[in-house]
Design a protein around this ligand. Structure first.
Ligand SMILES: NC(=O)c1ccc[n+]([C@@H]2O[C@H](COP(=O)([O-])OP(=O)(O)OC[C@H]3O[C@@H](n4cnc5c(N)ncnc54)[C@H](O)[C@@H]3O)[C@@H](O)[C@H]2O)c1
Length: 321
């Protein structure tokens, strides 16, 4: 397939790009190397893919409609995998307008460019945050999602709704994948596992928000990439699918796993819960299993081991980040 991958220089996108290329697909990556975290890390993420003849990197913004029109006219794309976004719950509370602009208007610009070019297949990266503090555990795709707790969550839900509109009006096949906290090599540096590992290895205190009882359904990067690829192969109609590990762990439990993996104890600096954070996430994955054959396989202990190994090879540190 000839694929347009937005956000392909990021954590999930760059890992996905390498696997798509290995499977024989052609990939055009559109990414503006947004400064949310150090763009040197994104350039490093792209290094392997850039060496592949079936990969092309286009630096640019998904909100740039002229650029989108040119990309679609130059390439006969079979499908779009749309990962570009301002990610992160807490910073969205500080700058809601930017999050809305990139995540909602950017998605709309992309959908319109697809419609004009006659490209009708998309896999879209949504988020478990749309569930808010859902009363029902585990989270099911049929649960109400009309009480988002952060601008980020609201922007992802709004983009899911736009995707439905384009399915309805123009017959697009779109799967909106609700990813549950993704971790592994190349993880964004501000995310908890990266921050904790870095601090613990350096003997510095870690910031722990709340009493440690919050829980997350951490999902290893390879399982997420497999969920995206299986969705691409199964695209038909409009579907919302949870892509999670379906095996949550508390914050205290997570810290313990990292401590055991790095062989050092954490110094804990306890802080109040942050606005926008949810108490827990937990995915049911029966629907994704049934429609795509998705099956997560990496448990947290193994995933953390692989992450720490990558981290200790010094990738971020080599860049002075
Ligand atoms: N990592 C997670 O735990 C997680 C969980 C749920 C959903 N998601 C979603 O998955 C997707 C990928 O997340 P990630 O963790 O790889 O984040 P990331 O920040 O590493 O990747 C996002 C990429 O999008 C690019 N980008 C941002 N704004 C852009 C714009 N206007 N135009 C073009 N490119 C732009 C960034 O430069 C970055 O390379 C995002 O949509 C995110 O919201 C991630």
């Amino acid at each position: 397939m000839n694929i347009l991958l937005t956000g392909g220089a990021g954590f999930i996108g760059s890992t996905l790009a390498e696997q798509l290329l290995s499977a024989g697909h052609r990939v055009v990556c559109l990414d503006n190397l947004d400064p949310y975290y150090d763009p040197r890390l994104k350039r490093e993420n792209l290094r392997q893919a850039l060496a592949h003849p079936a990969f092309r990197f286009q630096e640019g913004d998904i909100r740039d409609r002229e650029l989108l029109a040119a990309l679609f006219s130059e390439n006969a794309f079979d499908a779009v995998i749309h990962l570009a976004a301002r990610a992160g719950v807490r910073p969205s509370v500080q700058d809601p307008a930017l999050y809305y602009d990139v995540n909602v208007n950017g998605t709309l610009a992309l959908l319109q460019a697809m419609q004009q070019a006659g490209v009708t297949k998309m896999v879209f990266a949504s988020s478990s945050s749309v569930y808010g503090d859902s009363a029902r555990i585990p989270f099911d795709e049929t649960d109400p999602v009309d009480k988002p707790l952060s601008p980020y969550a609201a922007s992802k839900r709004a983009a899911e709704l736009l995707c439905h509109t384009f399915h309805h009006l123009y017959g697009f096949d779109i799967f909106c994948l609700r990813f549950f906290t993704v971790y592994g090599p190349r993880q964004r540096p501000e995310m908890a596992i990266s921050h904790f590992t870095d601090q613990i290895l350096h003997g510095r205190p870690i910031n722990v928000f709340g009493d440690g009882s919050t829980a997350r359904d951490y999902t290893y990067i390879d399982d997420i990439v497999s969920g995206i690829r299986k969705s691409l192969e199964s695209l038909n109609g409009y579907e919302i699918l949870n892509i999670g590990g379906s095996d949550p762990i508390s914050l205290t439990g997570l810290i313990r796993v990292i401590e055991q993996t790095v062989g050092r104890e954490a110094l804990i600096h306890r802080l109040p819960m942050q606005p926008g954070d949810v108490q827990r996430t937990y995915a049911t994955i029966d629907k994704a299993r049934q429609i795509t054959g998705y099956e997560p396989s990496v448990r947290i202990e193994e995933g953390i081991r692989r992450f720490v190994e990558w981290f200790q090879e010094g990738k971020p540190e080599q860049l002075g980040v």
